[in-house]
Design a protein around this ligand. Structure first.
Ligand code: MG
Length: 101
């Protein structure tokens, strides 16, 4: 995970050179995340439904899922809370809710 986060930080540093206000950057990233989720949905549909209009187009569900994770991690960079700690806390809540421990 450290290598992934290092590369996420590298990407974020690159985009920070564009000197946009943080609220603009946030809105752009949220919009990008929505775009990537749309591509993931499209890849899932193509994978399970032969009648999809883009069935001839090469799609890669796992690659699209990676795009969603990358943009999500980029969104988490510089936030007050550490995203990995928040993920752990949220996972613990879900595990307890389902009485798994
Ligand atoms: Mg994508």
């Amino acid at each position: 995970m450290d290598e992934v986060l290092r590369k996420i930080n590298l990407l974020n540093s690159h985009f920070r050179k564009l000197e946009k206000p943080e609220h603009v950057r946030l809105l752009e990233r949220i919009t990008k995340l929505n775009e990537e989720v749309g591509e993931l949905c499209e890849a899932a549909l193509v994978e399970v439904d032969d009648n999809q209009r883009k069935k001839d187009k090469k799609t890669d569900f796992d690659s699209e899922l990676a795009d969603v994770l990358i943009v999500t991690l980029m969104l988490s960079t510089g936030r007050e809370k550490n995203i990995l700690e928040t993920v752990k806390t949220t996972l613990d809540k879900n595990i307890q809710r389902h009485n798994l421990i």
